[in-house]
Design a protein around this ligand. Structure first.
Ligand code: NAD
Length: 260
């Protein structure tokens, strides 16, 4: 159902973003990848996605912490795709530190990548979406866009901000068949999550599955992690016509963590 459409997914060289890119490509959508990775990895990803799904795939190594690089990326995308139909603001990273020791430059970069870049990309591509009365903006926020944990000041502030930005964009586009939603996952089974579980397993001499349950029981009442494919399929669902009236929402996928 997405044949002839195009999607920019930031931070799509690994984890959730890559899962989203594959899921959208499987529905026939051209894919604009972005993120950090070796040239060999990037070439493999591009070849895999285009040969598996018969879609065009482009890659931009743009550092989203740098607005001038982001502008260059937008210009080259517009020379190929005057209208980008779907934007998934997914790129992100974490820095953990008490606020009184939190480095200013980390605060700046986190806010720029997690919140500044989504603002700039929406601003750049919304006019194109308006010309055709179709557009989908999906912001990958977090459970930390709804609740907080200590030592994550920049991440929690940026993810809450992204939920707010989502609502404003939804209001400004409400009459145009353009939707803007945020997905707020709890812990997702990515390499970083597996690393945290393995550390706990080693520290407490537990089996991996036991350690995983123990780790998650502090957060997810379900004691289950969210799968990358869960977030990817939810993103794809938001692009369907069935979701034309679903806009300005924050969709939690966290085993009831934020319901507490
Ligand atoms: P990941 O580390 O696997 O992927 C992050 C992606 O962002 C990579 O492609 C990386 O190259 C890219 N990236 C990082 N900094 C960048 C920059 N300055 N410019 C351009 N690209 C940059 O992480 P993930 O777990 O897949 O996370 C993806 C998103 O999901 C993030 O926004 C994260 O906050 C959010 N999230 C993750 C979890 C989780 O448990 N993994 C939970 C909730 C929300």
């Amino acid at each position: 159902f997405l044949q002839g459409r195009s999607a920019l997914i930031t931070g799509s060289t690994s984890g959730i973003g890559l899962g989203i890119a594959k899921s959208l490509a499987a529905r026939g959508c051209d894919i604009l990848l972005n993120g950090f990775a070796d040239e060999t990895v990037v070439n493999r990803l591009k070849n895999d996605i285009s040969s598996n799904h018969g879609v065009n795939v482009h890659f931009f190594s743009t550092d989203l912490a740098k607005p001038e690089e982001l502008n260059e990326m937008c210009n080259s995308i517009k020379s190929m795709y005057p209208v980008v139909d779907i934007i998934v603001n997914n790129a992100g990273f974490q820095h953990v530190s008490p606020i009184d020791e939190f480095p200013d430059e980390k605060w700046h970069d986190l806010l720029e990548v997690l919140l500044g870049a989504p603002f700039r990309l929406i601003k750049a591509f919304l006019p194109g979406m308006k010309t055709q009365n179709y557009g989908r903006v999906i912001n990958i926020s977090s459970a930390h866009g709804i609740i907080a944990s200590p030592n994550k000041s920049a991440y929690v502030a940026a993810k809450h901000g992204l939920v707010g930005l989502t609502k404003v964009v939804a209001l400004e586009t409400a009459e145009m068949n353009i939707t803007c939603n945020s997905i707020c996952p709890g812990y997702v089974e990515t390499p970083i999550f597996e690393f945290q579980v393995k550390s706990l397993a080693e520290k407490e001499s537990l089996e991996y599955t036991e350690a995983k349950k123990k780790f998650l029981s502090n957060f997810h009442p379900s004691k289950e992690a969210v799968r990358v494919t869960d977030v990817a399929e939810m993103t794809t669902f938001l692009c369907t016509d069935a979701c034309r009236n679903m806009t300005g929402s924050q969709i939690t996928m966290d085993g009831a963590w934020t319901a507490k």
